[in-house]
Design a protein around this ligand. Structure first.
Ligand SMILES: [Zn+2]
Length: 241
């Protein structure tokens, strides 16, 4: 029932978002199979429980950011900024715990895999470098049940991390690729770093011709700006080195 057209519309039964209050319970669906009860968007990982009297719903991160759901902590009504900050902190803690549990599971399933550095790296950064991700996801194949690698955040923002990804062998890039966002895919593919199996459908952020034909938007500023920015950063990096 939820289509892209109604994705971000508040379900009629919800009424005033302020009439709902957080229970501060967060569900972390590592299969990305949850649906938001506010807007109907599916394929959600993190959802947040909200209640109104006897009713209870689970809402997605986007709705958390979009609607002023009431936050009450220790009987005290929080302002919106504090409510958001509290949710943000709880979310970070939940994500960290999920990743730590996943790493422990992988270590148990692949006791011989060299993962001690990965553990140290994750504890320090709460994200994985491309090299750590490759080591972890290679070991992950030993798990009896597959785990969605998208639960981990992979660092690709800096030139150093982009090049670290590019320096992985094709096997390494192939295991890390499914954990990356579409935006990360476009960036790395534009650098020629997409693994072999994905190079056929390489995206071109600097010249998004296929997107333009789908959505006839006069100015593609949203897409062109980050690309221009990256070029500028690279030039700076080059002159510095
Ligand atoms: Zn939602």
């Amino acid at each position: 029932m939820p289509t892209s057209r109604i994705r971000y519309t508040l379900n009629d039964a919800v009424g005033d978002p302020k009439s709902w209050a957080y229970t501060w319970e967060i569900a972390d669906d590592v299969t990305f199979g949850s649906t938001c009860d506010f807007c109907g968007q599916d394929q959600q990982r993190l959802t947040y429980e909200v209640t109104r009297g006897e009713e209870s719903l689970c809402i997605c991160q986007r709705c958390v950011g979009r609607y002023p759901v009431t936050g009450i902590w220790d009987g005290e009504l929080l302002d919106q900024a504090t409510t958001r900050a509290t949710i943000h902190g709880l979310t970070a803690r939940q994500k960290q715990k999920t990743c730590q549990d996943a790493i422990k599971k992988i270590q148990a399933a692949a006791p011989d895999a060299p993962l001690s550095e990965v553990v140290v790296y994750f504890e320090r950064n709460l994200q994985l470098s491309p090299q750590c991700a490759a080591a972890l996801f290679t070991a992950m194949t030993a798990l009896p049940e597959p785990l969605d690698p998208r639960i981990f955040e992979i660092q690709t923002r800096s030139k150093a991390h982009q090049d670290e990804f590019g320096a992985l062998d094709d096997q390494g890039r192939t295991v890390v690729w499914p954990a990356l966002s579409p935006q990360q895919h476009r960036r790395l593919a534009s650098l020629g770093y997409a693994p072999g199996v994905h190079t056929a459908r390489r995206a071109r952020p600097a010249n998004p011709r296929s997107r333009q034909s789908q959505f006839p938007i006069p100015r593609m500023s949203a897409l062109c700006e980050p690309a221009a920015l990256d070029v500028a950063q690279e030039t700076t990096a080059k002159t510095e080195s």
